[in-house]
Design a protein around this ligand. Structure first.
Ligand SMILES: [Zn+2]
Length: 272
């Protein structure tokens, strides 16, 4: 009898406990709902924030701290483009670095007038350079641009007949070794001096030295660099390398691609 009554009490207590547990579970579950729905609301608010900010006037910029630590500009990445690939705007061609393949011809030549052609990027750049020069009263003319392997062969042959091999090699490149074959080199003239040293002393020549880098051009064979480039001073010969590299070289005062990329000087062709 006593046992049976305790048994009923125990069942009652068990039932009560189950009711309490279920109730507590329900409370816990209801508590979970709120934090979750709150958490879901936050990203929506954040996602909306930029749209609101873009249409609203810019927030006031907090004033600079009194002691600002200067942040150095990121170092120029010299490995960004290939100096070996003839299709790269950074390709370095000299008497030790022929085009590979030797008979390379660009696929994107564009007419720049007068029956001359340059690769599309260089053609666009020389047109923009000439337009800005003209606006400053400086008339820059294109005298020579892309030259094919075959054309260079004829040019070099003529120079050899006239000056001998040594003389020809100072004035003209062997076929396969000319920057003009890349479609990125252009000879300019103006001021009454075309493809002559005197171009460097004209207003046009001085404008080119001061400004050509802004459109991505270098005076590729500067005065005094013959032991490095293998070519006499050619103030008229511009080489397109793109504004990033040309501006970096202009700003750092590095005169030649050989020096900039740490390449060996190329005063002459390799023996044999
Ligand atoms: Zn040239």
């Amino acid at each position: 009898m006593r046992t049976a009554r305790w048994g009923r009490v125990a069942r009652l207590l068990t039932t009560l406990a189950v009711v309490l547990l279920v109730g507590a579970g329900a409370v816990a579950a209801s508590e979970l709902v709120h934090p979750r729905s709150f958490a879901e609301a936050v990203p929506v608010a954040e996602a909306d924030a930029p749209a609101v900010a873009s249409s609203a006037p810019p927030a006031p910029v907090p004033s600079e701290p009194a002691v600002a630590v200067p942040v150095p500009p990121p170092a120029f990445d010299r490995g960004l483009r290939s100096i070996d690939d003839p299709n790269s705007a950074w390709v370095v061609v000299n008497k030790l670095r022929p085009l590979q393949p030797l008979g390379y011809a660009p696929a994107d030549l564009v007419d720049v007038g007068g029956g001359m052609h340059l690769r599309a990027e260089a053609a666009q750049a020389i047109a923009a350079l000439r337009a800005e020069a003209a606006a400053a009263g400086v008339d820059i003319e294109v005298q020579s641009a892309y030259r094919s392997f075959e054309y260079q062969q004829g040019l070099f042959g003529n120079a050899t007949a006239r000056f001998g091999v040594a003389g020809a090699e100072l004035r003209s490149a062997r076929p396969g070794y000319s920057e003009h074959q890349t479609g990125l080199a252009v000879d300019v003239g103006g001021g009454g001096c075309d493809i002559e040293r005197c171009f460097g002393d004209t207003a046009e020549g001085r404008w080119v030295v001061a400004n050509a880098h802004r459109w991505g051009f270098l005076v590729r064979y500067p005065a005094g660099s013959e032991p490095i480039t293998g070519y006499q001073y050619e103030p008229w010969h511009l080489r397109y390398v793109g504004p990033e590299l040309a501006t970096e070289m202009h700003a750092t005062g590095v005169a030649t691609l050989e020096e900039f990329f740490g390449l060996p000087p190329a005063p002459g062709y390799a023996a044999g």
